[in-house]
Unconditional design. Structure first.
Length: 133
């Protein structure tokens, strides 16, 4: 019976981590590496089917979002994002990157990239909109 050595275990762990990092880099779309939208600059609107889901984004009034601050859900500074008609809460960081309630710890360059990341994370599950209490 052979026992695994610490060196082999560390080598296997490093190999697995490198494989995961490589897979993530291949899976990450180019827009995730795009330059962030400068704060105060309106991102480009979008309306597309991504992985079988309809994702939309634009000024809050064009996608049916609420008006006002980002706590209204789905938008920041009048920008709304929707997945299959349901609002995806997004927020622009001070450095111009965007995050969503689904991928809060993975900032991306644009609201489109945030919507696509959310669709990937949902893996077909419905988006449950945030509600104000």
């Amino acid at each position: 019976m052979s026992s695994i050595t610490r060196r082999r275990a560390l080598g296997a762990a490093a190999g697995a981590a490198a494989g995961l990092a490589a897979a993530r880099a291949v899976a990450a779309p180019a827009e995730a590496q795009a330059a962030p939208v400068r704060p105060g600059t309106a991102p480009a609107p979008f309306d597309e089917i991504f992985m079988g889901r309809r994702i939309q984004g634009g000024p809050a009034h064009s996608t049916g979002g609420h008006h006002g601050g980002h706590h209204g859900g789905g938008h920041t500074g009048g920008y709304a994002v929707r997945i299959d008609g349901d609002e995806l809460h997004v927020m622009q960081n001070a450095d111009g990157t965007w995050i969503s309630v689904i991928s809060h710890y993975e900032p991306v360059a644009t609201p489109l990239a945030a919507a696509r990341a959310a669709v990937r994370e949902l893996q077909g599950a419905p988006l449950v909109p945030l509600t104000s209490s």
